[in-house]
Ligand binder design. Sequence first.
Ligand code: ADP
Ligand code: MG
Length: 260
Amino acid sequence: MSQADPLLRCSDATRYFGGLLALDHVDLDVHRGEVLGLLGPNGSGKTTLFNVLTGIYAFSEGQAVFDSRDITQDMPQAVYKAGIARTFQRSRLCLELSLFDNIAIGNYNRLSLGMGFNLLRRRAFAGELKANFAAARELVEVFSPALADRMNEPVSHFPMLDRRRIEICRALISRPKLLLLDEPSAGMTHDETHQLMDDILTVRQHTPELAIVIIEHETSVIERITDRCAVLNFGKKICEGTYAEVIRNEEVREAYLGAA
Ligand code: ADP
Ligand code: MG
């Protein structure tokens, strides 16, 4: 693939759950460095698309090519190694573990784990841990310098907004090429949501090559941070374009009104 080719090309992505067609022959491209909003009413297949892309569920039909590589059959770990990281709709932080430990979990790809390594090369392991701590701290600092001074505190000490920041840092520590965010603002106030989006824009400035697909409901946020949007309804992609274009689309309006 050349630079102009999409980072991710998802063709004919289809997923059945028994007789339910949750994802209906969806074609979607994601380009390097863009922020793509994935919209649609509840139950329209947004999370399912993330789940098939990241290998959590198999594709019933269709395929995904990421960074010149067919990832259709890949297991979650292989997809992650290929450069796709994600956050989940429900928080997956370990509240009793520290901020650093929670981020380090996201970096198992880079740590040379394994009993043998740890026992035989303790000094190397300590060095690696130090380097990882520095990398995690640097990442957290982009989000919040105040948080970066609290790397050893348990996550249970932090409010919702900080927890979301930590989850995004955990996804970013593997230095992915594509970040999938599943409703990062869920459960947050309007102000908190806007702060988190400011953070995401800052991350974007730091890593302009990173592509982001964000599932988000708050319209003012979508408008502000996305370059392009795709809208799903009953598992089908019904519209694609800038936010201004998709909200003018008749089918999109009907999908949202129908779901209201
Ligand atoms: P969204 O994220 O857009 O709200 P989902 O992708 O979670 O929607 O769900 C799409 C449809 O697939 C829904 O009808 C949902 O009930 C169904 N679905 C999702 N995951 C499963 C599953 N593991 N088993 C059965 N049905 C599922
Ligand atoms: Mg969902």
